[in-house]
Design a protein around this ligand. Sequence first.
Ligand code: HEM
Length: 185
Amino acid sequence: MSTNLKLLNTRDRFGLVSRFFHWTLAVLIFGMVALGVYMVGLTYYDPWYNRSEVIHKAVGIVGATLVLAKLVWSWFSPLPDHEPGLRPWERMAAGVVQRILVGLMIVMPVSGYIVSTSAGAPVDLFGLAQVPALLPKWVWLRDAAIQVHFVSVYGGMALALLHAAAALKHHFINQDNTLRRMTWG
Ligand code: HEM
């Protein structure tokens, strides 16, 4: 089978499943941030005021589930070695940024869930199911979760853009396999 179609990661490239998680989550995260920024700019009387919030919460739960599945998968299929030719500081920087991004992918939806359920209401999943509110209605917890949600989202965006810029720099300037092994190349 072509190395592009392998499900599992190999020592030198990402398998289909990891690539699916990476690109689905990247699109979902950028989309959720865009929706979130749009949402907080709306006034109470805008028809999208409630709708956008309902979508943001439901997609957030879907994203959190995907992140969980991605973590379980990376336990079965360990990440490839770094691209050969990277300098030691580049390996270290890539590893640290990727770990922080994974951490933020957990912090973003968890803090969002705490804010969403802080009044005791469950999160509706497209009318198909509900995720119950499990935590006590502490005001300090809600306030802390709001701060954490904003800082993790904006910090995560800055880091994700840096990470994407580094991948593009390796592709177009260094012309190595960094981006190819996460895509079809
Ligand atoms: C257009 C945007 C993006 C590009 C071009 C891109 C590119 C890449 C590439 C080329 C790799 C493989 C690096 C290696 O060989 O070690 C990678 C890995 C990774 N990326 Fe991205 N990425 C983007 C967006 C994101 C976003 C938004 C996140 C999360 C917030 C993210 C999180 C990760 C993580 C955690 C890894 C490590 C592998 C894994 O755990 O699946 N990336 N990315």
